[in-house]
Design a protein around this ligand. Sequence first.
Ligand code: OAD
Length: 238
Amino acid sequence: MNESIQKLKDWIQESDNIVFFGGAGVSTESGIPDFRSVDGLYNQKWDYPPETILSHSFFNRYPDEYYRFHREKLVIEGVKPNRAHIRLAELEEEGKLRAVITQNIDGLHQAAGSKNVLELHGSILRAYCSRCGRKYPADMMNYGTDVPKCSCGGVIRPDIVLYEEPLNDGIMTSAIQYIRNADILIIGGTSLNVYPAAGLINYYNGNKLVLVNLSETPYDRYANLVIHEKIGEVFGQI
Ligand code: OAD
């Protein structure tokens, strides 16, 4: 084990107030591509950029195009939590980790057993009617070629935060509280490029800010410990 990972392990052993904040890089070792890496979702060819397809106005105007993208790129079947998800769930069970704050919509933290998961960008595993709000199982969205419709005639949509939509206030407030009070903040698998989520880092007051990310981030120089390695491999050692 290298020195940085040993240091992280020591810090974790001494703390019972750890908060984790993560992004797409947490799930790449489970086989889900991230957004901004060279083979990520944003570097593949589509008629429109994925940021556009995943926007509120595009969804309302071209729900059929949105669902073509959704069925091809966002439906994830047969994926399993990796060592990062599993170790985070164990740390919560051990009474050391207070919350997982995630930008991911894949539900893999819960699949690993994490209980207190704050989903900043919602979940692809839930759906609801965009007109009357009625809830539907995600399966309604995942198959066929039609735009899924509610019995009221409204379009069924995934319970995710699309571009141009605000984040849920309650979830954001709770994330800020956890980060403000955290002894250790571990940030992993996120390019820290998308706001307001990335701005959460600024609420941390402590002196154990850990960044575990394959590539550099704009916040590396503010961190007390930076590990540029695969997060599943790192968490497999702590
Ligand atoms: P990005 O794709 O922007 O960043 C993922 C980061 O994870 C990159 O910096 C990679 O280097 C790193 N990474 C990849 N695999 C890794 C691994 N195995 N171990 C460690 N690091 C790894 O994804 P996010 O930061 O999550 O929003 O993107 C934030 C938001 O942008 C997403 O939630 C989504 C997207 O648009 C919405 O859809 C609203």
